[in-house]
Structure formats: structure tokens, C-alpha cells
Design a protein around this ligand. Structure first.
Ligand code: NDP
Ligand code: 2IT
Length: 449
């Protein structure tokens, strides 16, 4: 990362690092926001006096707990679970749960911090939080997953509620895990209430929730291309990941006439020169639901496969990072720019590292940050909460129309707050400022203490 030239920003980051030692992902997420917000609030004495940005970088609370479960061989296993309740100024804490061996407090703090801004951008009454565990679901049996989810929820249930904190899925947590966790909550509390989102349709889930993040990422891309009078038709799209977000992003791209030339997992990348067919994509979805690996696509439908989990060196028009944080580094960004990529819509949270952002910022590539581009998932979670409160269920068409409206509105907010005099839109700046404004105003309204 280049040296910080802004003195206020440097002093602010020094404080953040001192208070949060050894948490690089959290420092990175805060820095990405602060570099836009510090200049923005420089002359706002009220926001500075009330220490709004300092307060926003300090989670309301972090709950950390032991999760004990029994594997199929009868061994007792111990993991660490967390919930970071970051900020509830504009609504109950809301954000996903990640099960992955790389989960640490730093990772969950970065995700919870980002979630506050993202949820604010949706325009829905949602605060920000995130949770998870350093549990590795890979290779675990269905019964083991169930026992882990139940053990995790036994402790988490004490801290959440439909008006307090409403978790959902993230990496390693999909419909099956949410079902096990919801079942355990109901068993423990004897209450049927919308305490989790991403539930099965039979027990209060919203239509389109599984698809929402991936679809929203594509809707954001459509909005960006629309500003140039362009569209998705025939565009060559590099997509990374092969989980929930990546596969539904690919599905929407195919539906709208684009070509999906890649998908990946932590083992490697598949490349299909003419683009995946819908049948290929369905094959991948079935494969992933059985825990398969992308390398199997070679025999499955003749895809090219190479080790290395990044497709960014493949010439493409559009890029959709949908796997994990920091999956686009400087060399990847340079390759994308050099190969003529027009725009990037981020499905994963914080997929571009600071050097990559800088390189892309200096290029003509349009770049929608995750807090704007992947907000469709949490937005439909918010709609699931509304439907649960109303004890109603909306149609696919109704939910999809809301989702499109919300993403279009987020795009408009980014343009409003991020457009420079020369017409160039800095989507990072726009998203950071628009997300910040609403939360800051609510915090100011509540008074200082
Ligand atoms: P899934 O668990 O469904 O899929 C994750 C995918 O990313 C898999 O292909 C996985 O490969 C790959 N992956 C995970 N960790 C790594 C890693 N360290 N290096 C390389 N590849 C990795 O998760 P989702 O699709 O739900 O989440 C993907 C991203 O989208 C995350 O950043 C998440 O925070 C974000 N997101 C998710 C939302 C949701 O509603 N689910 C909403 C908004 C954002 P492998 O199988 O090999 O591990
Ligand atoms: O990062 C995210 O926005 C999510 N994992 C979804 C959160 C949610 O509450 O639906």
C-alpha cells in the first residue's frame, strides 16, 4: 500500500491499528472507508466532535464462544464461534455467518464493518453485524454439519432475536445450515420468529433469497454499463468462485445474453472459451451441492482447467470476483486493465486489495465495490424479515422487482456522491459517503452518550 499522504487519515489509522492490533483485514476495510470519509467530514465540526467515525469503527460488542460437537467417530471437537454486533443505529444487527477455517476475529470485524455501510445503502432498516466459526465444513458428513450448527446455535441463541440481531448465510453457510440453526433456535426458545434469513420456503424463507446476491451483482453491472449506453449482450465475463454468489451471478449473466468464460474454487479455475451453456452451469451447481471440485468439469463437460484460483489473466470484458477477500491483487488488476476489461462488479466482500483498487482507480475501468454491488443478498434478507413480520409471502416477480429497484437506487446513490466534475464516477467514494451519511445522521440524532 502506498504511504498515507493525508495527515488526518494517517492519525486516524494509527489509532485504529493501536486499538486493534494484529487485525489486518479489519485495518484494510476501515482504511478503504476512511480514505473517503475523512476528507468528507473534514469541515463538519458536529460529526468530528461527536466522534462518529471513531464510534463506527468500534463494534458495539463482540461475542466469542466455545462450540463443542461430536464427530462421526465419537471424538469431541472444539471450535470457536463469534458474533460481531457492529452497529444498530438504523436497525437490528444484520449480516451473515461464515464457517471457514480462515475465520478470525479480524475477518469477522472487517465483514461486520462493511456490512454497516452496505445495509445502509439498501435503504432498509438494517444495522450491521457478522458471525461465524473457524469450522471447516469440507468433508464433513451431513450429521456432523447438523451437530455443529446445533451446538453453534445453542450459544448464539442467547444473543440474537428478530428485533435484536438477525443472522443469515455466508461462505460455508447456505440453506441447509440455516435450516439446522433455525430448528435449534425454535427448539430452545419455543418461538417461531424470523430470527434468521435465508430460511427454506416452507418455514418463512423469501423467494429469490438464494439467487439475490448473484442477481444483484449483475443488476449493478447493468446499471454501470447503462451509464455508457452499453449492455451485457455478448460480453465475455470472468467469474471467480463456484458457490452461491458465483453460480447465481453466472445464471443471470447467461439469461441476459452474456458469455461466462470462467468459474473457480480454491483448487483451480475452469476456462470455457465459447462460454458456459446453461446445462454446464446446472452441472456445476449439482456438482457443488455434492461437495465436488471444479477440476471435475474437465471430464464433466470438457472445460479447460488450470491450478490457481484466479481467472483475472483471461482476457474479458467484465469481471465478477465472487469467491473471497483479496482475490484481486496488483498483478491481477494490471492484467484486467491491460486486457481491456470495461467494468468490475464485486460479488465477494472486499475482493480487491488496496493496491488493486489504486490501479483500477487510475484506469477507465468502472469498479463497483462489494458494499454496493453485493447488497442484493442482504436486501432480500431485509425483505424476508418484512414478509415474516407481515406473515405473508411475496411472489418471485414481486421480490425480484424490489431487488432491482434497490440495486438501481444504490447505483444512483453511488453516482450522486461519487461523480467528479469531469463526469468520472468513483463508485467506492460514492458508496462510502452515501452509506456513512444515513448511519451518521441516526447516531447524531441519538445524542452523544
Ligand atoms: P460459498 O460457500 O457458497 O462459496 C464460496 C466459494 O468461494 C467457493 O467456490 C469456494 O471454493 C471459494 N472460496 C472460499 N474461500 C476461498 C479462499 N480462501 N480462496 C479461494 N476460494 C475460496 O459462499 P458464497 O458464494 O455465499 O460467498 C462468496 C463471497 O460472497 C464471500 O466473500 C461472501 O462474503 C460474499 N457474499 C455472500 C452473500 C450471500 O448471501 N451468500 C452475500 C454477500 C456477499 P472452495 O469450495 O474451494 O472453498
Ligand atoms: O455479506 C453479506 O451481505 C451476506 N453474507 C448476507 C447477509 C444477510 O444478512 O443476508
Amino acid at each position: 500500500m502506498s504511504e498515507i499522504k493525508d495527515k488526518d487519515l494517517a492519525a486516524f489509522m494509527k489509532g485504529v491499528k493501536r486499538r486493534n492490533p494484529g487485525e489486518p483485514e479489519f485495518h484494510q476495510a476501515v482504511h478503504e472507508v476512511a480514505m473517503d470519509i475523512i476528507p468528507y467530514i473534514r469541515n463538519d465540526e458536529r460529526i468530528k466532535k461527536m466522534q462518529i467515525l471513531e464510534r463506527m469503527t468500534e463494534p458495539d460488542r463482540i461475542i466469542s464462544f466455545r462450540v463443542i460437537w461430536e464427530d462421526d467417530e465419537g471424538n469431541i471437537r472444539v471450535n470457536r464461534g463469534y458474533r460481531v454486533q457492529q452497529n444498530n443505529a438504523i436497525g437490528p444487527y444484520k449480516g451473515g455467518i461464515r464457517f471457514h477455517p480462515t475465520v478470525t476475529q479480524s475477518v469477522l470485524k472487517f465483514l461486520a464493518f462493511e456490512q454497516v455501510f452496505k445495509n445502509s445503502l439498501t435503504g432498509l432498516p438494517l444495522g450491521g453485524g457478522k458471525g461465524g466459526a473457524d469450522f471447516n465444513p469440507k468433508g464433513k458428513s451431513d450429521r456432523e454439519i447438523m451437530r455443529f450448527c446445533q451446538a453453534f446455535m445453542t450459544e448464539l441463541s442467547k444473543y440474537i432475536g428478530p428485533n435484536t440481531d438477525v443472522p443469515a448465510g455466508d461462505i460455508g453457510v447456505g440453506g441447509r445450515e440455516v435450516g439446522y440453526m433455525f430448528g435449534q433456535y425454535k427448539r430452545l426458545m419455543d418461538r417461531f420468529e424470523g430470527v434468521l434469513t435465508g430460511k427454506g420456503i416452507e418455514f418463512g424463507g423469501s423467494k429469490i433469497r438464494p439467487e439475490a446476491t448473484g442477481y444483484g451483482v449483475v443488476y449493478m453491472m447493468e446499471c454501470m454499463l447503462g451509464t455508457k449506453g452499453d449492455n451485457l449482450e455478448g460480453k465475455r465475463c470472468a467469474v471467480s468462485g463456484s458457490g452461491n454468489v458465483a453460480t447465481f451471478c453466472a445464471e443471470k449473466l447467461l439469461e441476459l445474453g452474456a458469455k461466462v468464460i470462467s468459474l473457480s474454487d480454491s483448487g483451480g479455475t475452469i476456462y470455457v472459451e465459447d462460454g458456459l451453456t446453461s446445462e454446464n452451469l446446472q452441472w456445476v451447481m449439482d456438482l457443488k451441492s455434492k461437495g465436488g471440485r471444479m477440476s471435475e468439469c474437465v471430464d464433466g463437460f470438457g472445460a479447460k482447467y488450470y491450478e490457481g484460483n484466479r481467472p483475472w489473466a483471461l482476457p474479458c470484458d467484465l469481471a465478477f470476483p465472487c469467491a473471497t477477500q483479496n482475490e484481486i491483487e496488483a498483478a491481477d488488476a494490471r492484467a484486467l486493465v491491460k486486457n481491456g476489461c470495461i467494468a468490475i462488479s464485486e460479488g465477494a466482500n472486499m475482493p480487491s486489495d488496496p493496491d488493486a483498487i489504486e490501479i483500477i482507480r487510475e484506469s477507465p475501468v468502472m469498479h463497483a465495490p462489494s458494499k454496493a454491488a453485493n447488497a442484493g443478498g442482504v436486501a432480500v434478507s431485509g425483505l424476508e424479515m418484512s414478509q415474516n413480520s407481515l406473515r405473508m409471502s411475496w411472489t418471485r416477480e414481486e421480490v425480484d422487482a424490489h431487488l432491482k429497484n434497490i440495486i438501481t437506487n444504490i447505483h444512483t446513490q453511488c453516482v450522486d456522491k461519487g461523480k467528479a466534475d469531469d463526469g468520472h464516477v468513483d463508485y467506492f467514494k460514492g458508496a462510502n459517503i452515501a452509506g456513512f451519511d444515513k448511519v451518521a445522521n441516526a447516531m447524531l440524532a441519538y445524542g452523544a452518550l
